[in-house]
Design a protein around this ligand. Structure first.
Ligand code: AMP
Ligand code: ZN
Length: 111
């Protein structure tokens, strides 16, 4: 099982922010902003490259929940969503995840 599958299964502890039957949001262990949350599907999808017509409903669900999480975190000034896909993007955990970053004025640099 990969690291985030283990977190989804509760085998590795995490600071949960949101959970339902199909997705989980938890705080990044190495936060890059005052709010830094990772949102994952509980089922293993390796990266954005693994999104298909069969599983994209999960991704839609994640994006429906993100505004609720942002509201709960008080991110009234806005926030940034990031998903690193593959080595050039620096993906370090090969389980699809979306970073929510906010709580400060973020760098204007995208890459
Ligand atoms: P990425 O580099 O886009 O693949 O993002 C992986 C993220 O997972 C990094 O921001 C790490 O800090 C974070 N991370 C790694 N292990 C854990 C963990 N056990 N709990 C929470 N976040 C983690
Ligand atoms: Zn996994």
């Amino acid at each position: 099982m990969c690291l985030f599958c283990k977190i989804a299964a509760g085998e590795i502890p995490s600071t949960k922010v949101y959970e339902d039957e199909s997705i989980l949001a938890f705080r990044d262990i190495n936060p890059m902003a005052p709010t830094h949350i990772l949102v994952i599907p509980k089922t293993h999808i390796p990266s954005v490259d693994g999104i298909t017509a069969e599983n994209s409903g999960l991704v839609a669900h994640i994006f429906e929940v993100i505004p609720q999480i942002a509201k709960g975190e008080g991110l009234t000034g806005g926030y940034r969503m990031v998903s690193n896909c593959g080595p050039d993007a620096g993906q370090t955990v090969n389980h699809l995840h979306f970073h929510i970053l906010g709580g400060k004025e973020l760098s204007g640099q995208m890459a």
